[in-house]
Design a protein around this ligand. Structure first.
Ligand SMILES: [Zn+2]
Length: 282
């Protein structure tokens, strides 16, 4: 079984996670830039982080046989901190880089005017750079947040077919599907969607334009949730082709809109900028 996790924050995960993901079939992933928990105090800390998503993390993934790409953006939460806003001015020089397959995660956290501006600005940047956009829908007040998100996408230069609306659930899937965008579901251990609810959504909605991710990060999460959904689909009577549609072909088609997906894992280099996963030893 071939699995593509279209949303996972590997910076927060261990080498054991990379090994376990490979063993369960993960061969490709996309790491969106996001909030690190600890608030950033200057644009420079974003730039070092973006460089890590383009350099160190793909290097680390390649040691474990997994193709790594990223999406870059000013995340919704930190769009509210004036100290972080200059990131928007520097984003264009990052969006031209080969490993970047979308602008993201963008979207709403608390639905503030600052978030409105950052979302509209970054949808425009995506359109200008020929990139799709990964749009996070809010965890609170989900349906209102989704509707406002769809409105902003509709007013933007980016076609809805180049947008992945993420963190959907049973209450938001129908309206999201009507918008023409791709549909992302994050499967968590104890909140939001779980495997069984995901299978129920797939039975009702079908597999078209549906992507499933673990969204694993520094919080309570599980980097093997993609495989667990695949197993739950098979147990519920879906065929292997349906599983491959959701867990491989759909993410390949969405991020392939960038023209930059490289799914052959490069032979691992020994060093990245003088560092190895052996911490300089051996
Ligand atoms: Zn995320």
């Amino acid at each position: 079984m071939r699995i593509f996790d279209p949303h996972i924050h590997m910076t927060s995960r261990t080498t054991d996670d990379y090994r376990a993901m490979y063993a369960s079939g993960v061969r490709a992933l996309v790491e969106p830039s996001f909030w690190l928990g600890q608030p950033r105090t200057s644009p420079a800390s974003f730039f070092d982080y973006f460089d890590a998503l383009l350099g160190w993390e793909p290097f680390r993934a390649s040691q474990y046989g997994i193709a790594h790409h990223c999406t870059l953006a000013l995340n919704p939460k930190e769009a509210n901190d004036p100290r972080c806003l200059p990131v928007l001015d520097e984003l264009p020089r990052y969006l031209v880089k080969d490993g970047v397959v979308a602008v993201g995660e963008i979207g709403y956290d608390s639905m503030t005017p600052a978030e409105d501006t950052a979302l509209a600005t970054q949808l425009q940047l995506a359109a200008e750079h020929g990139l799709p956009a990964l749009v996070h829908t809010p965890h609170r007040d989900k349906l209102a947040g989704l509707r406002r998100t769809i409105d902003v996408v509709r007013e933007s230069a980016l076609p809805p077919e180049h947008v992945l609306l993420d963190h959907l659930n049973e209450t938001t899937v129908k309206e999201a599907a009507r918008s023409g965008s791709w549909l992302g579901f994050s499967i968590y251990p104890d909140t939001k969607m779980d495997e069984d609810r995901m299978v129920a959504v797939l039975k009702e909605h079908g597999t078209e334009k549906v992507l499933v991710n673990s969204a694993a990060d520094w919080g309570n999460s599980d980097p093997l949730k993609t495989r667990k959904v695949a197993d739950a689909m098979l147990a519920a009577g879906f065929g292997a082709d349906d599983v491959e549609t959701v867990l491989w072909h759909n993410p390949v088609a969405f991020y392939g809109l960038s023209g930059r997906l490289q799914l052959d894992v490069p032979a691992p280099e020994a060093l990245h900028e003088g560092n190895s996963v052996l911490r300089g030893g051996e």
